[in-house]
Design a protein around this ligand. Structure first.
Ligand code: DGL
Length: 267
């Protein structure tokens, strides 16, 4: 008999389409799994929310999601949400396993050669005590530039849906990531918002010099897979993976985007 877990969906959560950067890696690693993608688009963008209000929203929303969908595991594919509420979610729902997304400061500190690293994130993630804690624990010997962008997540949402990008605006948002000091230059930029990997090629093209852009999506997907029992192909569910938008029915472009990724949009 397959374990009950094998028929339950893996829930991947974000405020918008950013979590799809994690979902696409998770699907490659776990093709036999059924996924449930939750976009809290009625709360998007999370970057500017007041901390107490966002935390309360997430605790309440997860109460409903766990009750309605009974997932095998939850991947919080959102730095802004997890750095704020990861510990509270685990405390509120101790029977559920949560895989989080946090700024990849530790691997950046291990890899940098110049000692200058930048963290490109939402204003919320930049403000978090959690993020400061990561810097103190893992990057105390580096100079870490925290860059909070109020606009990039929204730009990524528009770009992924086929909208045009104001390159001068993108350049202005990313400019503070590039620091030159005593003959040294930033050599790593951590993409600490799951929306940003969608813009990685644009960032590369507009960067004043080449850097490594660190995207933790694959590591998160690997972590999720390590916590789930393997599912034999013959016990694979035939049910489709589904995307749910908290705002209700998304527009036709978003719907096509989801369908292109193999997700049926719940009405
Ligand atoms: N994708 C989210 C993150 O990883 C945040 C985007 C937003 O809602 O501002 O931080």
């Amino acid at each position: 008999m397959p374990s009950m877990d094998s028929t339950k969906p893996v829930l991947v959560f974000d405020s918008g389409i950013g979590g799809l950067t994690v979902l696409r890696e998770a699907r490659v690693l776990m093709p036999e799994r059924r996924f449930l993608y939750i976009a809290d688009d009625s709360g998007f963008p999370y970057g500017g929310w007041e901390e107490g209000a966002l935390k309360a929203r997430l605790i309440r929303l997860f109460g409903e999601l766990l009750r309605d969908h009974d997932p095998a595991l939850c991947v919080i594919a959102c730095n802004t949400a997890f750095t704020l509420a990861g510990a509270d979610l685990r405390a509120a729902y101790p029977r559920m396993r949560f895989v989080g997304t946090v700024p990849a400061i530790k691997p950046a500190a291990e890899r940098t050669r110049s000692g200058l690293i930048s963290v490109l994130a939402t204003p919320g993630t930049v403000r978090r005590a959690y993020t400061r804690g990561l810097i103190q624990s893992f990057a105390s010997r580096c100079e870490v530039q925290l860059v909070g962008s109020a606009n990039l997540a929204r730009m990524a949402e528009c770009y992924v849906r086929g909208g045009t990008l104001d390159e001068a605006a993108v350049r202005a948002e990313m400019a503070p990531c590039f620091v030159e000091k005593n003959g040294r230059r930033t050599d790593i930029v951590v993409l600490a918002c799951t929306h940003y990997p969608f813009l990685a090629n644009v960032f590369r093209r507009l960067a004043p010099w080449p850097v490594d852009w660190l995207d933790p999506a694959e590591a998160i997907a690997r972590r999720a897979r390590s916590l789930l029992p393997r599912v034999a192909r013959q016990s694979m569910t035939r049910e489709a993976s589904v995307a749910v938008f908290t705002g209700g029915s998304p527009d036709a472009v978003t719907r096509r985007l989801m369908e292109g990724l193999g997700l049926r949009v719940a009405r």
